[in-house]
Design a protein around this ligand. Structure first.
Ligand code: CP
Length: 310
């Protein structure tokens, strides 16, 4: 059974295949109905969400399926009932399961017991659906992904940092993290990304100087400095990350045709200047729309391979 729990659950070739499928689905959104029946897809959100729940619901419907919203608070997975028991229950009601939750280990347990494909809709460790959307958006605006320089600024010790390292490596990107000491992606993730880069020609570099990290980059990316669950560290985090704010000055150090991305929600005047987020280089609205097309593609990819034990 194939799952999409972290970015490197796809090979570089499979990542490209999913992105091709996403582009085709975007071009003709109602043509492919692999979930016709309708097949039910269980979607569960244990953390706040706008884009993810809206794009999965719309995308599953476009695939001919039924998006079943399982209330994360009512289900209280792991509290009211163990993850394996919930997995066995949902696996008998739904053809695929989409889960936003805290621990990656719980998601892995869900995948072990569900008997149907499981998709990571964000955990504390990874946000791989966001990265498929980001890569699709970059392909639209920049063409070939391989060889692009993408600078991620701010708090890289988070799910987006980890996923940028892995997905960027698979795509052959040169990913630069402009982040303070102690706020870089997980060491294990960086080691895995380096292995992948050896085969794809990509690279991962860390730089504490935001201007050096941004210099000449094709893409500038940032994310909130206060990830879900870090709210009590807000003041301390704003002080640590303020030199890494994505300002017009940093944009001016990037390539003249550089684009700006942010997975949203954004905090104008904090991690990104309002004039940058709302300015001509920003492609964030395409990026948000592309969640739907990218997620349709990964759901279809997994559904087609649901019999395969890998
Ligand atoms: N980018 C993202 O995952 O958005 P939501 O948290 O609103 O789903």
């Amino acid at each position: 059974m194939r799952h999409f729990l972290r970015d490197d659950d796809l090979t570089p070739e499979e990542q490209a295949e999913v992105l091709d499928l996403a582009a085709a689905m975007k071009a003709d959104p109602y043509a492919a109905k692999p979930l016709a029946g309708p097949v039910t897809v269980a979607t569960i959100y244990d953390k706040p969400t706008l884009r993810t729940q809206a794009s999965f619901a719309a995308g599953i419907a476009e695939l001919g399926g039924f998006p079943m919203l399982v209330d994360g608070i009512l289900a209280a997975i792991g509290i009211r009932e163990s993850v394996p028991d919930v997995a066995r229950i949902l696996g008998r009601q739904a053809g695929e399961i989409v889960w936003r939750t805290f621990a990656q280990g719980n998601l892995e347990q869900m995948a072990s017991y569900a008997g149907v494909p499981v998709v990571n809709a964000l955990t504390d460790e990874f946000h791989p659906c966001q990265l498929l959307a980001d890569l699709l958006t970059l392909r639209e605006h920049k063409g070939e992904l391989r060889g692009l320089t993408v600078t991620f600024l701010g708090d890289a010790a988070c799910n987006m940092g980890n996923s940028y390292a892995l997905a960027g490596a698979l795509a052959g990107l040169h990913v630069r993290f402009g982040a303070p000491e102690g706020y870089t992606p997980d060491a294990d993730v960086l080691a895995r990304a380096a292995e992948i880069c050896a085969g794809t020609g990509g690279s991962i570099t860390l730089d504490q100087d935001p201007i050096k990290a941004a210099a000449g980059a094709d893409v500038l990316v940032t994310d909130t400095w206060v990830s879900m669950g870090k709210e009590d560290e807000k003041a301390e985090r704003e002080a640590v990350f303020s030199p890494y704010a994505l300002t017009q000055e940093l944009v001016d150090h990037a390539h003249p045709d550089a684009v700006v991305m942010h997975c949203l929600p954004a905090y104008r005047g904090k991690e990104i200047a309002a004039a940058v987020l709302d300015g001509p280089r920003s492609i964030v609205w395409d990026e948000a729309e592309n969640r739907r097309h990218a997620q349709k593609a990964i759901l279809a990819f997994l559904w087609e391979r649901r019999g395969a034990h890998v």
